[in-house]
Design a protein around this ligand. Sequence first.
Ligand code: AHM
Ligand code: MG
Length: 345
Amino acid sequence: MHNGTTITQFIIEEQRRIKDATGDFTSLLNDIVTACKVISNLVNHGALVGVLGSAGSENVQGESQKKLDVISNDVFLKSNEWAGHLAAMASEEMEDIYHIPKQYPRGKYLLTFDPLDGSSNIDVNVSVGTIFSVLRCKGSCQNPKAEDFLQPGTDQVCAGYALYGPSTMMVLTTGNGVNGFTLDQNIGEFILTHSNMIIPEDTLEFAVNASNSRFWEAPVKRYVDECQAGTDGARGKDFNMRWIASMVAEVHRILTRGGVFMYPMDSKMASKGLTGKLRLMYEANPMSFIVEQAGGMSSTGRERIMEMKPNNLHQRVPVILGSKNEVRRIVAYHDDETRSKASAA
Ligand code: AHM
Ligand code: MG
């Protein structure tokens, strides 16, 4: 039996180090943790409780929703609306922001989340996860607007994810390193099992959906071609490739043993008027905060994701993140391309 630090104890001890902390943020995190435990339980029971399959609806991005997307979204809203810590919420599954119902007090934080990322994996019993990000409400907390959410990732107070895999884990940062907790199903508590997670600077592993390769931009093609050439190519070493199609699981692997994850820009998305696949506010920014706090790097290839000024709640961005030296190399390949285009012009 584990007799370690529970996530509640960990958060309270973090709070004690902050002068004038009111405990609001601690309570908010506790409610987020409760929501993730409920979702974990539903994901674990799957077909036994009739939650698999399609909901027969589409979300704001035109993607078909799974039953569990809709249920998990509802669980998150209900767990977090009542306590008085939030001014509003925003989710991948809702077009507009969610206002706190009139009967509850409003607080000083904003919460964005993807309730069940990688949901194309649910029915085949592959790992999925929840991603969330906490911001301060800088406008009117009584009457918040979608624009209040449009803060750069560097302004995040906290980011985290829950991974529903062989074990359920919660990984968190409040800007003071990254810590991982494993859910002990017997006592219903997350226990600190991975303190101060650090991403190795070098890696021999990359993750990308290679079925899009013919649409990629030249710098991404160059990087992946070189990895695939292995000992016969410019890199002089062999690389391994992974693609789970579940960002939470990919980021967790990178936090555990290093690697690079890419969902880069491509011409297929551009032809549909899309600016990337993954969403800035509740996928790319929280994951970038975690990765940077663990010593990794996160970029679109052309700019640091966390410094982007969002223009839309559901804005999409290219994402390249993970082990620092590899991400740096991919960014350098983008720079090379920009320079050679400029000198050809
Ligand atoms: P979702 O939020 O609709 O689940 O989409 C995001 C997911 C990521 O977890 C994953 O990296 C990517 O989509 C997989 O995309 P693809 O199916 O193109 O491989
Ligand atoms: Mg998602």
